[in-house]
Design a binder for this molecule. Structure first.
Ligand SMILES: Cc1cc2nc3c(=O)[nH]c(=O)nc-3n(C[C@H](O)[C@H](O)[C@H](O)COP(=O)(O)OP(=O)(O)OC[C@H]3O[C@@H](n4cnc5c(N)ncnc54)[C@H](O)[C@@H]3O)c2cc1C
Length: 469
């Protein structure tokens, strides 16, 4: 096996986190080699052409607080198209279609909670009082930020059960219908069954999440792939593609990275691959048992994303926004993802959690027929004549585990996100799953890659000071 030359930093993984890490390393004057398993860069960002426009198979949306992505989009000269927001959101239960208009604001919920928590000491009483007011479950895409704040309150203020997110939801004593909507929404947002997800870990990530805006403010005309191009175009050292890494160990004072394509040695390594994919790498390092436990704490998400392009936005004529949460099937939501560039309008459907796993096993035609059937329940028979349908299946994905993101599973270490982000010195971890401020987003991936390099340069400065002293 060929042995490549020595570099300061080896970055494993060419998604947003790895690319941002490699760019930050080079900016800091460090030599860097990025190794990517696939024959392309971007990971869970992938923009592909459609007959009209493009389809972001993975990440697509951003909001005005996501400064790193906004900055890169600006430097790429990309146009930000506002996500259409007008019209009525729907919640579709088995037989019924509810309008998401009976809404209490997150501020009101918070004020109510503060008041109740001061007055009563029984969390159950607080939950019962909240039950009367909590209408934010019926807020599908009106403001995902609001739902996130609601989630934060749900698991932070009242004592959440020390087990699954499903148990935390049950403790809210919601009406059957609201419970079903909440269950569906979380199946989609976390792309996993709430009964498999650790409520405390969700509390951790949502309480630190720094944006109160909804995720769906803008999309990049031409696709999120422009962010990948921008990140990659600044690199001096060309990333090595089709180089899946399968071993990382310390030897002779260096870190040695073994890939099918060769062996690389470096002073430092940033492993910027999602935890489920990192489990396939053999780490021969000090603290390996703890590392194995942390990586095993994550469960990969299951997600199918489908774009359906139409000749006209017929849902708008009926006063609908295009945003729907279905409680049956749980995990299905839709959003209007039309651009302001005059191209034909489009709906995006996300099928998350157990629904994605079930539908992934179906033939493509059957899966898409089922989806169109459900869209018909919301929008009528116009859906039956789309111009184009395209999909991306992120279930058991070999290099990411799945999508949107991996989450800490029930039985896993509830602090796995923070611990893995802080783990190691010569070998460090990065990725969207490890960022505290923008967990699970491209913004978080970029922040996390940059943070890993900042830690390395911090260590190098400390070592240099020690040598001088
Ligand atoms: C359908 C979908 C929709 C999404 N929508 C949004 C959205 O609208 N907005 C948003 O902000 N985020 C969204 N996300 C989430 C976002 O895409 C991810 O959080 C982010 O892109 C992850 O970046 P990353 O670099 O951490 O990981 P990845 O993008 O997964 O990159 C990891 C890279 O490591 C490589 N790799 C894995 N194993 C190895 C190995 N052994 N050796 C070498 N390389 C390896 C992989 O091939 C991959 O390129 C979405 C995700 C999905 C799936």
């Amino acid at each position: 096996m060929k042995s490549e030359s020595h570099v300061n930093v080896i970055v494993v993984g060419g998604g947003a986190a790895g690319l941002a890490a490699a760019a930050a390393a080079e900016e800091a004057g460090l030599s860097c080699q990025l190794l990517e398993a696939q024959d392309r860069l971007g990971g869970r960002i992938r923009t592909v052409p459609l007959k009209s426009g493009v389809f972001d198979e993975g990440a697509q949306m951003l909001n005005g607080d996501m400064r790193a992505v906004l900055h890169l989009a600006g430097r790429a000269g990309a146009h930000l198209s506002p996500v259409p927001r007008t019209g009525i959101d729907l919640c579709i239960a088995a037989e019924e279609s509810l309008r998401a208009e009976d809404l209490i604001s997150a501020d009101e919920i918070e004020a109510l909670l503060e008041e109740q928590v001061v007055r009563w000491d029984s969390p159950l009483e607080v939950l019962r009082a909240l039950r009367l007011k909590l209408k934010w479950w019926n807020t599908p895409w009106e403001s995902v930020g609001e739902v996130k704040r609601g989630l934060k309150l749900l698991v932070e203020k009242p004592a959440a059960p020390k087990d699954s997110l499903a148990a935390a939801l049950s403790a809210l004593l919601l009406e059957e219908e609201e419970h079903a909507m909440a269950f569906s929404l979380f199946s989609e947002m976390l792309s996993a069954a709430p009964e498999d997800i650790n409520a405390h870990a969700v509390r951790d990530i949502s309480s630190r999440y720094m944006s109160e805006r909804g995720d769906l403010e803008f999309q990049i005309a031409g696709g999120m792939g422009k962010i990948v191009e921008r990140l990659a175009s600044g690199l001096r050292h060309t990333p090595r593609l089709e180089a899946p890494v399968h071993g990382i160990r310390m030897t002779g004072g260096n870190v040695e990275v073994t890939a099918e394509a060769g062996v690389w040695r470096g002073d430092h390594v940033v492993v910027a691959v999602p935890p489920p994919a990192a489990r396939r790498i053999a780490f021969d390092l000090h603290g390996r048992d703890e590392l194995d436990g942390l990586l095993a704490s994550f469960t990969a998400g299951d997600m199918i994303k489908t774009v359906v392009v139409f000749e006209s936005a017929f849902w708008r004529r009926r006063g609908l926004s295009g945003s729907v949460i279905f409680s049956d099937p749980a995990g299905l939501v839709t959003v209007d993802a039309s651009l302001d560039d005059g191209l034909p309008p489009r709906l995006i459907a996300f099928q998350g959690g157990p629904l994605a796993r079930e539908w992934a096993a179906l033939p493509r035609d059957m899966r898409q027929a089922r989806l169109l059937n459900h869209l018909g329940r919301a929008f009528g028979e116009d859906v039956s004549t789309p111009l184009e349908v395209a999909e991306a299946v992120w279930v058991d994905h070999p290099w990411s585990g799945g999508g949107y993101n991996a989450t800490v599973r029930i039985g896993g270490n509830p602090h796995a996100v923070a611990r893995l982000a802080a783990w190691g010195d010569r070998v460090r971890f990065a990725g969207a799953e490890l960022d505290d401020l923008f967990w699970g987003h491209v913004e978080g991936a970029i922040n996390s890659g940059r943070t890993a390099i900042a830690r390395i340069t911090g260590d190098l400065k400390t070592a240099a000071r020690r040598q001088l002293a």
